[in-house]
Design a protein around this ligand. Sequence first.
Ligand SMILES: Cc1cc2nc3c(=O)[nH]c(=O)nc-3n(C[C@H](O)[C@H](O)[C@H](O)COP(=O)(O)OP(=O)(O)OC[C@H]3O[C@@H](n4cnc5c(N)ncnc54)[C@H](O)[C@@H]3O)c2cc1C
Length: 737
Amino acid sequence: MATGTPLKPETLRTLPSDAVRQIQWRFADRYDLQMLVQSARSVARGPVARLVASGGRNSHDWTPAKAELLGAFDKAGITAVFMEPEHGGFIAGPKNLALALVAFELAWVDGGAATASLAGCLALAPIHERGTPEQQTKYMQLAAPPQPGEDRKPWRGAFCLTEPIPYVGVDTGMLNGKVRIAEWKAGQEPVLQVEKRGRFITNIGFANFVTAAVDSGDERIKGSCIVILEEGDPGTFDRGTPTRKLVHQLSSTGDPIFSLRVPANRIVGGYDIDGGNIVPRYNHSQVIEAVFRRTRVTVGVMTAAKLLSAVEPVIRYQRGRFRGGETATPGSVRYELGLQAREDALHRLVDIWATGEASASLGFAAARAFDELDPLERTVDKLLAEQGVTGAKARMKFLRRASDEAVEILALPGTDSRRRKLESDPLLHFVILDSQADVLCPATKLWNTGWGAQMMREAVSLMGGYGITEDCPGFLGNKWMDAQLEATYEGPEAVQRRQLSITMTNPLFLAQLQAWLREMRAIASERPGTGACTLATAMGMWLWTLERLQSSTDADGGRLYQSARQGVTFPLADALCWLLAARCQVLDALELERRGADDPAVAEGLTGLVNFMTDLCHVQTARASGEAARICAELVFGYNRHPAWDDAGYRGCYQQDELDSLEGIIPGIGAYGLDVIGNDGSHPRKAGPCAKCNGAEQFLSLHAKLATCLTGCRLAKDRAAEAISKLMIPEALDYPA
Ligand SMILES: Cc1cc2nc3c(=O)[nH]c(=O)nc-3n(C[C@H](O)[C@H](O)[C@H](O)COP(=O)(O)OP(=O)(O)OC[C@H]3O[C@@H](n4cnc5c(N)ncnc54)[C@H](O)[C@@H]3O)c2cc1C
């Protein structure tokens, strides 16, 4: 007989498997990447984990034990991921997703190990992105790991941009490193004298070559450039003392000093001779822009890995917390559930897990966007060359025209036949994707690492005192500190916010955000449990706020949305990141639901898994929308001056007399008069007359709507919490503590 109690929906039984992740992060059809994940994992959970567990992080020095990891990376194919097959690599085509997956696996155990591997790619990246074919062939081949039977030590590289204070840091334009012409014999390659001091340079303890940013110190060299230095070059190649850092101890960091003579053909991308001057083809900013655009995504993925890696150790700790005590006998709640009998412990873990999902989804979406963009960029370069478009200015003008057309088409209804052009025309496809990547990259770096570091603290706190000991399973304390470095290097949060404040206002990006808003509403009609509707409302509120800030001033008439006003632009960038990450998470949960049944290993238990992932989406969309709403409200109202009890303030208030006489005409009006000035001039005891909403009625109605859109999000959290308390985990972590 029916009891009237609804059946409990199915839920998660085990931690998400590799097959699940392959579907969510879209590499289920990439066997090469699946194998790469396995080999990176064997290094991470083998030699890397053993080194951390045996105290390898307790020294700043580059030790033989740490150096052994480089060999392990080579053997596992990690070093070769960056290279093209003709240079000793094994992955043809774009490698952003591949590099992100490697970083994810290594950072799951130790961020420093991940950085040691990635810093080699960072050193090669200027050459990969802007190097001459000769430079590419030479350094990629030197850096490629030896083939079986080959007796050769691969070259290691370091990337040297940052300089001692007061020079290069966040502001990459303040270069003190200098390049001069040392010798230039007629008809021969000029010889350059390079002077560069670096600060906090990764891999410097063992690098054989360095890609260094320098400015011209000679009137015969025009502008800045990146120059390749080798350890055998004549002069000083001083690695400096190791940095006494508190984080990423498995990577080598130091403050090197270089004073070297190098041939001019070491200028990355080459140079032209113009009127007796050396003109580098790319200045240092153009090179680093191309480099960081991709490498920052990988850093964001590292912090996502840390959060997701915390789930299993926290569950195990919580469950076992009271076992062995007299009152915790097998079968008792205390024994079986331990701390998981407490709602708060579970809810906090739900938040950490949801953040980890959202940040991984955002990071991998960004990596995939670059994988799609890379070949398109080459197609577009060819197209421009065919049409005779040369030079940066002409290129920009041409692409702007394409962007305008894309914005126009995106505004057409979905049924309009012109919309097909967006996919079929490579130029339009490129500008759309490019504007997306311009936002996704800094968003990943900013939100994943910045917010990720905050949430790692939460993870550590769930382990109590154990969390801040060296014995903590999953090395959570290390990961918390390490996350702060991920938020700092390759440009700290201010750099990402500054970039976002420009790229997020690109009309082409905004047109896509409008489309994503509609997409979220459509998803919500099919899958209300994701909270996608809430997210759509928050996106609308963000768009409204941007428009408002771009067209209004503060109480003193100062323009609000402008580069110097970081108090306006930066928080708005933060708000957007929350929304983007939550959107990617929702899309990945849908992909899992759509494709999960195709894989027998995932199909079993799919309903419960999808239910759980949907609940995590709901938790995150609610949090993200709430954060965005809080930030937007502060920006919309925060720059108006609050009315005071002065003449101007009084003008908006009722006088007691006036209200009394109105009462005769409109009975009850007295109840609505909040700010009433008494006949004796007295006023209510509060900050001033209540502020008006100044044309922000639409904002307020969105705000109120958002509050009610949160309906059900806590039920989702309860369900996710209960699921976590029942989920099966392995007996022990698969890497040492
Ligand atoms: C372990 C480690 C490894 C590293 N590896 C490398 C490497 O391999 N190669 C390399 O070149 N560099 C490397 N770095 C350097 C790193 O990239 C810089 O530390 C980072 O970019 C920040 O620069 P800074 O330390 O000079 O900070 P600062 O520029 O002094 O910034 C300090 C604070 O002020 C804020 N701030 C600065 N300028 C602005 C602004 N205009 N607007 C708003 N806020 C601002 C910043 O956000 C930050 O919060 C490494 C650093 C560390 C710690």
